[in-house]
Design a protein. Structure first.
Length: 263
């Protein structure tokens, strides 16, 4: 498959806008990596906004001038932030929920309300442990094996029947071979290496999914491209520097690999 090309006459915002709802007092890097993977110099999206606890948001601003942040009062995201986040979401094409948000009760209450907003979403990390598949509509879900097992348990489904309940969602099950499920088929993406177990590569993957979806690619193609690119970069980094690479090393590689998939 090929990703959509940018139009020569496009204006700011025409190539997608992503809202990343992420981060907590303990986890700043997750929100940053996800946002940068979706940002214009990486996957091709024009604008990325991070809704995060205020100190986390300021830290993200310090790490990159390319990311807009909406600073939510307190150390954790909670249901009192819902109205502000909903307003931000109305100006965006795709919303990511989950990287680094933690498991607090008030955060779960927020996540459950955000799930009801009608827009494309990418559900990642701790948010996957808070929801049922039945809560999702037009979502890419990006679990690893244990998160997938919890999602099925919460949804009262199993590995034999979950595809019948996917609806218009896509599940990208991360592993040595990524498994991408829709209601119609399963697609497998090989590649990658053991060095990719380093923290943060999943946050990059979620950002890629959101960036490609925001640009008008369908959810299946977005998940496939994100998986393929993430694994390809992991393999490139291992060849160049061995297993010592870290998730932030992926960011500079994304634009080139994404461009190859547009041809």
């Amino acid at each position: 498959m090929a990703l959509k090309q940018r139009e020569d006459e496009s204006r700011k915002g025409d190539n997608g806008k992503v809202l990343v709802v992420a981060g907590s007092k303990e986890y700043t890097g997750s929100a940053f990596l996800c946002a940068m993977a979706a940002a214009s110099l990486r996957s091709g999206t024009d604008l990325v906004t991070v809704a995060a606890p205020e100190k986390t948001a300021w830290a993200i601003n310090a790490m990159s001038p390319d990311i807009i942040t909406a600073k939510m009062k307190g150390d954790y995201l909670k249901v009192s932030h819902y109205n502000a986040i909903k307003k931000l979401s109305s100006k965006c094409d795709t919303m990511v929920i989950g990287p680094g948000i933690g498991k607090r009760k008030e955060t779960k209450e927020l996540v459950m309300k955000l799930m009801k907003i009608k827009m494309q979403k990418v559900i990642d990390a701790d948010a996957l442990k808070m929801i049922k598949l039945q809560d999702c509509k037009e979502c890419i879900l990006t679990p690893h094996k244990k998160e997938f097992e919890m999602l099925l348990k919460n949804s009262k489904l199993n590995e034999k029947n979950f595809m019948k309940k996917i609806g218009d969602n896509v599940i990208l099950l991360k592993g040595p071979v990524d498994e991408i499920y829709s209601s119609r088929k399963a697609v497998y993406v090989s590649g990658g290496n053991s060095g990719m177990t380093v923290g943060g590569t999943g946050d990059v993957l979620a950002g890629l999914c959101a960036g490609f979806a925001a640009q008008g690619n369908n959810l299946n193609d977005s998940a496939y491209a994100a998986s393929k690119i993430n694994k390809k970069i992991g393999d490139n980094l291992k060849k160049r520097i061995g297993n010592g690479f870290i998730a932030s090393d992926f960011l500079a590689e994304i634009a080139g690999e994404a461009e190859k998939m547009r041809k």
